[in-house]
Write a protein that binds this ligand. Structure first.
Ligand code: 5GP
Ligand code: MG
Length: 183
């Protein structure tokens, strides 16, 4: 697994420090939450969510939604598609969308529109990573962990062809790995 990584971009220690800071920022923003629901976009956000909520000392529920934009071994966004809808009621609730990475913005734009249909009280977004080079101006994140360059990353929940999610750090996948999967 480690042999497929070109380099480590963000270490496990750096992730832990920044996620803890993000939890502090989020807790301050929701000093008096109205039934806060953290809506998590599966599957890439699971580790970020698990680490974040254990640092968040506020009452909340977790909602799950599954969206696919990088099916199988693709490394280019193919457009967001709903695979399973939200499993909790968010009517009148404060919603914080949790996603692993903001790239083209298609996923967050799509999920936000789906959630707005359900009449929440408010919708904000938290992403662990952001690639500023591609994200359009209409898609913003209220809480951002790290800005990164336009490289395909894996680990800490992020996958390539559903592998590497269990790496404890964020790494850059070797180009030959995805080139050989594409051929
Ligand atoms: P967007 O819809 O903003 O282009 O992409 C967001 C989704 O695409 C993320 O939730 C993530 O699942 C996937 N994604 C975008 N960039 C990367 C990347 O560098 N590595 C991995 N593993 N997934 C990515
Ligand atoms: Mg993904």
């Amino acid at each position: 697994m480690e042999a497929d990584i070109d380099r480590i971009l963000i270490s496990d220690k750096e992730l832990a420090t920044r996620v803890k800071q993000m939890a502090t920022e989020i807790a301050q923003a929701y000093a008096a939450p109205e039934g806060l629901v953290l809506v998590t976009i599966l599957s890439g956000s699971i580790i970020f969510l698990a680490d974040l909520i254990r640092q968040l000392p506020i009452k909340m529920k977790i909602g799950l939604i599954t969206v696919s934009s990088y099916p199988g071994s693709s490394t280019e966004s193919q457009g967001a598609k709903l695979l399973s809808d939200l499993n909790v009621d968010i009517t009148g609730r404060d919603v914080l969308i949790i996603d692993d990475i903001l790239d083209t913005g298609n996923t967050l734009r799509f999920v936000r529109a789906k959630l707005e249909e359900k009449n929440p009280r408010s919708v904000k977004t938290a992403v662990l990573l952001r690639k500023p080079s591609k994200a359009p101006k209409d898609v913003t994140a209220d809480f951002v962990g790290f800005q990164i360059d336009d490289v395909f990353v894996i680990g800490y929940g992020l996958d390539f062809d559903d592998h590497y999610r269990n790496l404890p750090h964020i790494g850059v996948l070797k180009t030959e790995v995805y080139e050989s999967a594409a051929s």
